[in-house]
Write a protein that binds this ligand. Structure first.
Ligand code: PGA
Ligand code: ZN
Length: 414
């Protein structure tokens, strides 16, 4: 299955920013199309997103990245076998030659990497999840109240998610989450007025709240009212780097600055008061020791997820494993830039007994790659925002179609 054409174009993402989409055709009629998502609360150590600068799209154009695919990467992988994926990814890593993929652009490289994997599956006339060998559906983590950098309210914590952990199947879990989401809508409108049903970048409501407990109360009540108290719990992504002040190491939480120790204690109170099943990036992204302390204190009863901490980078994942700094990995292929490296990060985590949560970005496209990928690599969870906004729902809807094929095999974590 030789690669016969590689073509990149500029498209737009869910925030109206440009991003790169790549089409790959193989000998034998294989075709793969993939696009790069884009984060707002990006980790410090992520692969570089190459942007044009200048007046187009306020500097965010990706025509240089497009050119890098059409004029450098394309010719380099032309006539190579689309499978094994490692060879294609290795070729691009060498061609780029930098640590953070800044020469060709992580956005250019990741779009080619994902398109190639799809093209390889398509050449074999297989669905991507099946090509990778998946058998189970992941538990969805649905972000139903947005704060932090994803919304214009006063919530420090970026994501408040509902987790239908004990539903009988993915489709039943999704249904529970949708019912909870709609109930939450009504509750928020009643209490905070009509503006509270405005949604943030990931489709969650962005009510005018400023205290963490307000969001947790609203979600807990909605879960209960819908009759899912036994099946569903709450997940948080603090994305704490976005409310961390480096000058003095303090965190701005609920209207005041807290010391690290105070913040960790505060999380403990929240864990006691609410049914929180998972918490991501509770502390600043460079603070491996802090994460280790957090995991030591709470890791028995809550899933501690590393996102900005490890940025899907196998080296950083190794360090987190050695230090016991988390018990679950957030996996975003575009953080590291190739499918192969992302799979390596997932493998390391799984070997260490950690859960893997495959994730979208706050800037997304209609690409459903992560739905297939989550099933294919055996991740137990997927995070793709609220059950709202097409760029979020397309992933969940893709998983419904996969469930038709695989049957109701649902992951179990809690
Ligand atoms: P981002 O946020 O895509 O804006 O970086 C998602 C996350 O932090 O998980
Ligand atoms: Zn995160």
């Amino acid at each position: 299955m030789k690669i016969k054409s590689v073509f990149a174009r500029e498209i737009i993402d869910s925030r109206g920013n440009p991003t790169i989409e790549v089409d790959i055709k193989t000998e034998g009629g294989g075709f793969g199309r993939a696009s790069s998502p884009s984060g707002a609360s990006r980790g410090l150590h992520e692969a570089t997103e190459l942007r044009d600068g200048g007046p187009r799209f306020s500097g965010k154009g990706v025509l240089r990245a497009v050119d890098n695919v059409n004029k450098a990467i394309g010719p380099a992988i032309y006539e190579m076998e689309a499978s094994p994926q490692e060879d294609i990814d290795q070729k691009m890593i060498e061609l780029d030659g930098t640590k953070n993929k800044e020469k060709l652009g992580g956005n250019a490289i990741v779009a080619v990497s994902m398109a190639n994997l799809k093209a390889a599956a398509s050449t074999k006339k297989m669905a991507l999840y099946d090509f990778l060998g998946g058998e189970k559906l992941p538990i969805p983590l649905l972000n139903i109240i947005n704060g932090g950098k994803h919304a214009g309210n006063g919530l420090s914590i970026q994501e408040f998610m509902v987790i239908p952990a004990k539903s009988p199947s993915f489709s039943e879990g999704l249904r529970a989450a949708c019912e909870i989401y709609r109930t939450l809508n009504d509750k928020l409108v009643k209490k905070y007025g009509r503006t509270s049903r405005n949604v943030g970048d990931e489709g969650g409501f962005a009510p005018p709240m400023s205290r963490t407990t307000e969001a947790l109360d609203a979600i807990s009540e909605s879960i209960e009212e819908c009759g899912y108290a036994a099946n569903a719990g709450i997940g948080l992504d603090a994305a704490a780097s976005s409310f961390y002040r480096e000058s003095d190491g303090k965190y701005f939480m609920d209207g005041k600055y807290m010391e690290k120790g105070e913040l960790i204690d505060y999380y403990g109170e929240l864990l006691r008061a609410y049914k929180i099943l998972s918490i991501e990036d509770p502390l600043f992204e460079e603070d491996f020791e802090g994460f280790a302390e957090f995991t030591r204190r709470y890791g028995e009863k809550v899933q501690v997820v590393g996102d900005d901490l490890v940025v899907t980078n196998p080296e950083r994942v190794k360090k987190a494993i050695e230090m016991n700094a988390m018990n679950a990995l957030l996996l975003k292929v575009n953080q590291i830039g190739t499918v192969t490296e992302a799979r390596k990060a997932a493998e390391l985590a799984m070997e260490a007994g950690m859960e893997v949560v495959v994730s979208h970005r706050s800037g997304e496209t209609d690409d459903t790659f992560i739905a297939d990928f989550s099933v294919g690599i055996g991740a137990t969870q997927i995070k793709s925002g609220a059950p709202a906004r097409g760029e979020r729902t397309c992933k969940y809807n893709r998983l419904l179609r996969i469930e038709e094929k695989l049957g109701k095999h649902y992951s179990q974590v809690w």
